[in-house]
Ligand binder design. Sequence first.
Ligand SMILES: O=C(O)CNC(=O)[C@H](CS)NC(=O)CCC(=O)C(=O)O
Length: 278
Amino acid sequence: MRRVAAVQMASGPNITANLLEAGKHIAGAADEGARLVVLPENFSLMPEYDQERVAAVEDDGSGPTQDFLAEQAARHRVWLVGGTVPLRSADPERPYAACLVYGPDGRRAARYDKIHLFDVQLDDTGEQYHESASTMPGRDVVTLDTDVGRLGLAICYDLRFPELFRALLDRGAQIIAVPAAFTAHTGRAHWEPLLRARAIENLVYVIAAAQGGYHVSGRETYGHSMIVDSWGGVLAQRERGAGTVCAQIDPERQHRVRRSFPSIDHRRLKGAVDVEVL
Ligand SMILES: O=C(O)CNC(=O)[C@H](CS)NC(=O)CCC(=O)C(=O)O
């Protein structure tokens, strides 16, 4: 049994303040015995203007947000999933939204760049999102071994693309971390059923760390950070506001479930195994 945590935040445009707050939650989760801590998408910066994101872009491997993550992971001896960090791409206007994972030794263990970008119009609320105007999409499916199990990475809107989760399963994922900043509107309708469906169909644990609250940008995010077990049950959740949710991962139980209920061995249609970028 290993304890894991998801941190919920309502990040703003002040990076220093956001990192201070993230640090407080990481310390709290570590004090409660968490071995792996997941931060939400945009934990270090929920920009009001795209210009602020561009100003915060870091080169791969160096910068204040990456230094912070490495230092926190080592200080608290946890696996730390750094929601998203804007990392430089070939296009100065469009950094990658990179999820960076650090091991308890403070070394970076993985990088996943968000693949699916949120380009939608919400007719009910008038909200418009054009994430691809300010973000470069990633191409690679990423898993890594941690001491709580093999971890797969997906970010926010990726949750709507089950073929990514199948690809993570096919790479051996036992736990999938989902840093997110779902809108309040889409979250109410879809967040929990999507998270539970991804857990149920892949018999994986899902650790979903969300932004939850009102942001200086005028956006409202849905919150409801939660940890879902490999049978689809919600082990812990936090509806609104900053804070931490913790739960135990039980690899033995997951193993038993996968053996006695082998739906993932009953697949008859090929296709999701060899994903390629369109
Ligand atoms: O752009 C930023 O500032 C940070 N990124 C986000 O907040 C991203 C892109 S706008 N949000 C989502 O992907 C929401 C997905 C969602 O809400 C859904 O699928 O329903």
